[in-house]
Design a protein around this ligand. Sequence first.
Ligand code: FE2
Length: 280
Amino acid sequence: MSNQIRRFTHFFEGMNASDGAGVRLKRYIARPGLDQVDPFILLDEFRTEKADDYIAGFPSHPHRGFETVTYMIHGRMRHRDSTGMEGLLTPGAVQWMTAGHGIIHSEMPEMESGLMWGYQLWVNLPSQLKMHAPRYQDIPPERIPETADNDTQVRVIAGSHNGTSGAAETLTNVTYLDVTINPGGHFQREEPTDHSSFLLMLDGELKDSTGKLARRGQLVVIEGEGTLDVTAGNEDARFLYFAGEPLNEPMARRGPFVMNTVDELRQAFEDYQAGRFTTT
Ligand code: FE2
């Protein structure tokens, strides 16, 4: 690890992709060039006003070995899962789902027109927690704490920021923030040196302390030591900020299963096909 100040080091545009029953999205993590930012193993953005791009949704499908985190910015999504839970994600809501040893769920838009805008993140689980009991945290917008100073507003989804603890209970050491900075304002943040961190630009522009510029639509990997200090441009800058302690474990992934070994992957497919995941 470089001993230079924490700064922007790698920039990625989202790749056009399609998932579920044909939802068009931009894939930022789990694509050529960026397989993971350990412990984050997938990040998708859906942001479209065209109903055809999202209307088919994500019908019933399984997961094992990690957590899925859905954050809605705009629009509504109905969620049902095999633990019997059901919930409606509204703008600003988060669903933090631990797939653990196996869950089957569906995620369907509850709207037929208008803007659908949100993010799905996959957080890996360490080997000893991959077979954790499935659980589901449905967090409405008003339960997500906000902290603000002069020119910056931060919604704390997970982890903590300036002494404010996030809404989600997590099994791994991760931080998930939604940050808005007024024009010219600053955001500062430290992480332990060996932790991964990156941000995803939703709107506006952001400069780090070395003068590197992040633009709307870019995922920016952050590396170095000490305090990250970023400044918004001439308009509001909004970004999602992620940080986490890397697991540093082998990963065997295929479709909806993320395990440590190929044998465990084979077992996941066998268990699913044999109906050993609870069904809805
Ligand atoms: Fe899913």
